[in-house]
Structure formats: C-alpha cells, structure tokens
Design a protein around this ligand. Structure first.
Ligand SMILES: *Cc1c(COP(=O)(O)O)cnc(C)c1O
Ligand SMILES: *[C@@H]1O[C@H](CO)[C@@H](O)[C@H](O)[C@H]1NC(C)=O
Length: 388
C-alpha cells in the first residue's frame, strides 16, 4: 500500500486506542517539541469550524488555546480569516489542526498553502486523518505538509466500531517529532527516546492490539491496487449519490471538483451527511437513493397540502407489523403504502421494525431511573417470611 510504505520511511508510528487519543498524543508531541526549542510560549491552536468535535477537545487537553477559523461558502477554510488569525497570533502559534477532506466532505484545495502559512509562522500542522478512506493509495498527508496524522483503523481500515469501540488511532509523525512520542515506565520502547519523550499516554504501548489483525488482514488481502481502487470507488459513490439526489435535495457543500462525505452524521444542523463508502454496489446505492427520493416525495405531499401535516407516512414511520395489522387503522393513507412504499420492498424481503418511532428528545430530557431502591426488593420478602 503506497501510503503506508512511503510513510514508514519518513515517519515514526505510535499506537493509540482511538482517534481522539491519537490527536491528543500528536498535539502533546508538538507541544514537547516546541518546548524543547525554547518556544514554550507557543500555545495557540487554530481549528476550522468544519473540524470534528474531538479536535478542539484534544487541543484543550494538550494545554493549547483554541482559535476558530471560519469556513467559506464552499466549505473550504476561509483563507483571509486564517491569514488574519495567523498574523494576530504569530508569536504564540503552536499548531493548526486540519481535517482533510473536511467534516463538510470537501477536499481543501488550498491545503498546501495553509500548511506553508502555518510553518512560516512557527507552527506545526496536525492532519486529522480519520477520513483516509478518501485518500488511501492516492495521496500522502506528509506531502501536503502535515507533521502529524492519525489514522482511524476503526474507520478506514475495516475494524468495526459500532456501539463505540474498540478503536485504534495510530499516529505517524515526521522525524523531528519522533523523540517526543510517548514512552512507558515499565515496557521498554526501543524507538522512543526516554529523556525527551512527553511521558505516558495510554496504559499500554500497544494500543488495542487484539484488533490489529483485522486491519493487517484487510491491507494484505486488498493489496496496494485494491486499496487505491477502494478509495476511488468510495469517492465515486459519494459523488454518484450527490448527482442522483441533487435536483431533489439541496447539496450543502461539494467543493469545486468533487467531495467525499466522511461518515453519516449531522455536522450542520438541519442536514444529513452521508458517506456511502466503497462497500455498497450500485444496485444498493440506487435503492438507497430511491428511498431518499421517495421520502422527498412524502415531504412534498405535506408541503403542497395533499397530506396531513401531523398524521402522514413520513412522521408515522417506521410502520411496525403490529401497527399495520391493527384492526384500528384510521390514517389518511393506505396500509399498503405504509408497509410497501417502493416497488423493491416486497413482502418476502421486507424487514419489519419491531417498534414505531421513539421520542428520543423526550427520553433525553426526562430521565427515568431504572434502578429502584433496595426496599422494593426487600419488603415483599420480609412480608413473606412474616406470614409463613
Ligand atoms: C471519528 C473521527 C475522529 C475521532 O475518532 P475517535 O476514534 O472516535 O476518537 C476525529 N476526527 C474525525 C474527522 C473523525 O471522523
Ligand atoms: C534523547 O533526548 C535527549 C534530550 O533531548 C538528547 O540529549 C539525546 O541526544 C537524545 N538521544 C537520542 C539517541 O536521540
């Protein structure tokens, strides 16, 4: 794999248990490096508005002061605003964190200029590499100027991370930062210089080592050509989906030449960011687009007053088997439509949701204690004993 092979020559890798821990370790290494150069007063970390939420949290934990950089209408870093901030903080500039492609899904076109500007003003560049599945085999972060990058093996390199873990966020650093990487007081780490090291970060120097064979096997089985191909297909799929949906939904950010939404989430309120990845085939992508177009049609029915604004297929979805078969059906749309809204949803293939909509916000705002006090268990037992 081109990216890893080249990086191993110029970089040193260290392992951490999540992307956020990699960020913290990388920033702490930058801070230790700056301190060793007699630049202790460099504490400002610039972070674009489009960054992942872990970025400012990690910078804060690494003892840096966060300054937010504006983003322009295409989702790129606002260069004039960045230049102003750099000018204002040049004596205290420690680092800039860049997510590439950004959390808005666009490839920052000025990424090299941004890195040069930071370096010219005495700062270091942290590239948040969680979105490497739009880059593996095609580009190398060190080339466009980053000094540290993490890779989320639990995103790009196949480790499943549903339900919050376990994660694996190794970082690669350029040679000048290597002496400052974390060490360990018990386990000897030969590649690390104990006298300059920033100290210990996670309990083990190996990270979540038990899951590493997954990434290893994935890389081995894909090979360098396969990995580059997966990247190309991931970018193609994201752009194909945007093209199919563009005349029905507003596409918020797409850069000048194309984009790659990093994950499925809600980075801008009122929007949904979707990353189809390389793993779905065209038929599945089409089914997904058809479903989104169908939902858009349901919205239009409400907009145009043909459907009730409260009781409609969109707001009453998902329709469980119990609701469809209930003898009391009093909705202004048919049972058929509720159960089988599109031709590809057939009785043989339908996946029935077990429950209808949950009011998540109600649950968040009204906490219910599910652990009753001890007495609830105690008294019936006592009574039983007394009566027997
Ligand atoms: C997921 C993600 C992170 C954080 O990674 P964790 O392993 O969840 O800590 C950081 N940056 C970006 C862009 C991400 O997508
Ligand atoms: C280790 O770090 C110390 C302190 O920064 C430095 O003096 C020494 O030369 C380093 N050793 C190596 C092998 O890099």
């Amino acid at each position: 794999m081109t990216f890893l092979r080249v990086c191993v020559c110029v970089c040193v890798f260290a392992l951490f248990c999540s992307g956020a821990q990699g960020e913290y370790a990388g920033l702490a290494a930058i801070k230790a490096y700056l301190n060793s150069m007699g630049e202790r007063s460099r504490t400002v970390c610039l972070i674009p508005k489009s960054a992942h939420g872990t970025n400012p949290a990690s910078a804060q934990m690494a003892g840096m002061k966060v300054q937010v950089v504006e983003v322009d209408k295409d989702g790129n870093i606002d260069l004039p605003h960045l230049k102003n901030l750099v000018e204002k903080h040049k004596a205290s500039l420690a680092a800039m964190m860049i997510t590439y492609p950004s959390t808005f899904g666009v490839f920052e076109e000025n990424v090299r200029d941004v890195c040069d500007l930071i370096h010219k003003n005495g700062g270091q560049v942290y590239l948040d590499g969680a979105n490497m599945n739009a880059q593996v085999g095609l580009c190398r972060p060190a080339d466009y100027g980053s000094d540290v990058s993490h890779l989320n093996l639990h995103k790009t390199f196949c480790i499943p991370h549903g339900g919050g873990g376990p994660g694996m966020g190794p970082i690669g650093v350029k040679a000048h930062l290597a002496p400052f990487l974390p060490s360990h007081p018990v386990v000897p780490m030969h590649s690390v210089n104990a006298s300059s090291s920033l100290g210990t970060i996670s309990a083990a120097p190996w990270g979540s080592s038990a899951i590493l064979p997954i990434s290893w096997a994935y890389i081995k089985m894909m090979g360098s050509k396969g990995l580059a191909h997966a990247t190309e297909v991931a970018i193609l799929n994201a752009n194909y989906m945007a093209k199919r949906l563009e005349s029905h939904y507003k596409v918020l950010f797409r850069g000048q030449k194309g984009f790659h939404a990093p994950t499925m989430s809600w980075p801008v309120s009122g929007t949904l960011m979707i990353e189809p990845t390389e793993s779905e085939d065209k038929a599945e992508m089409d089914r997904f687009c058809d479903a989104l177009l169908g939902i858009r049609q349901e919205i239009a029915e409400i907009e145009e007053g043909r459907m009730d604004s409260r009781i409609n297929p969109l707001k009453m979805a998902p329709h469980s088997l119990a609701s469809i078969t209930s003898s009391n059906w009093d909705r202004p749309y048919s049972r058929e439509f509720a159960a089988f809204p599109l031709p590809f949803i057939r009785p043989e293939t339908k996946f029935w949701p077990t429950i209808s909509r949950i009011d998540d916000i109600y649950g968040d705002q009204n906490l219910v204690c599910t652990c009753p006090p001890m007495e609830v268990y105690e008294s019936p037992y006592e009574e039983k004993r007394a009566s027997s």
